[in-house]
Design a protein around this ligand. Structure first.
Ligand code: SF4
Length: 203
């Protein structure tokens, strides 16, 4: 997702560590005009299909995402929190809010309405935020051509590893030999592909 909250800025690792709150770790930057990729920190990621992201998070969706879902036969009331858009408290800046449309949850649960038997019912046209997860995008202050790619830490998504591979740190549910070591620039390329496909930058 592109965070359009102009008051937001990415916390530096120092600030994150100082505050004791890990909100996101920058792994690189992408120039969305030239498509240049600038990796800054290695990351290991292979989706473990726990669906935790579909069960516990608020999922912000863009107007293009909404249109795609409508085009595939769903009605607005089935999947959008009403009234919309809502104001979401910024995780990056005290007192700041971002305006967003958010996917509905099933009644009395924290589960996305589209989650069925551990699978996404709209996988082929799911929202951009879901396609990017556990990566998110943030603007880079002072350079509108650049976007910063941030990964949720492993405390949020258990399939992410930002430290050098160390079997003692790998969560029990992931067997060491099933982890794919992905080159960070390849991850950034995939993120860029999603961004281009979704035409987020042209909205
Ligand atoms: S739309 Fe699909 S991928 Fe996104 S949160 Fe819902 S079930 Fe998960």
């Amino acid at each position: 997702m592109v965070d359009k909250d102009e008051h937001s800025s990415l916390l530096s690792l120092d600030e994150i560590e100082k505050n004791g709150v890990v909100r996101g770790i920058e792994i690189g930057r992408i120039n969305h005009v030239t498509h240049e990729i600038i990796p800054t920190r290695k990351v290991w990621f292979q989706c473990n299909s726990t669906t935790a992201c579909c069960r516990y998070h608020e999922i912000p969706i863009t107007e293009r995402d909404i249109q795609r879902i409508l085009d595939n036969g769903y009605d607005l009331f089935q999947f959008i929190v009403e009234p919309s858009p809502i104001l979401i408290k910024s995780k990056m800046k005290e007192g700041a809010y971002t305006k967003a449309y958010v996917l509905k949850k099933k009644p009395f649960t924290t589960e996305c309405v589209f989650l069925e038997n551990g699978k996404c019912k709209i996988h082929e046209f799911k929202p951009t935020a879901c396609r990017l997860y556990p990566f998110t995008l943030r603007p880079v202050e002072g350079n509108s051509d650049l976007i910063s790619v941030v990964v949720h830490p492993d405390s949020v998504c258990a399939s992410v590893h930002t430290e050098e591979r160390d079997s003692t740190k790998i969560p029990l549910q992931i067997k060491p030999n099933t982890i794919t070591l992905q080159d960070t620039s390849r991850i950034l390329q995939n993120v860029l592909k999603v961004v281009i496909e979704s035409e987020l930058m042209r909205e």
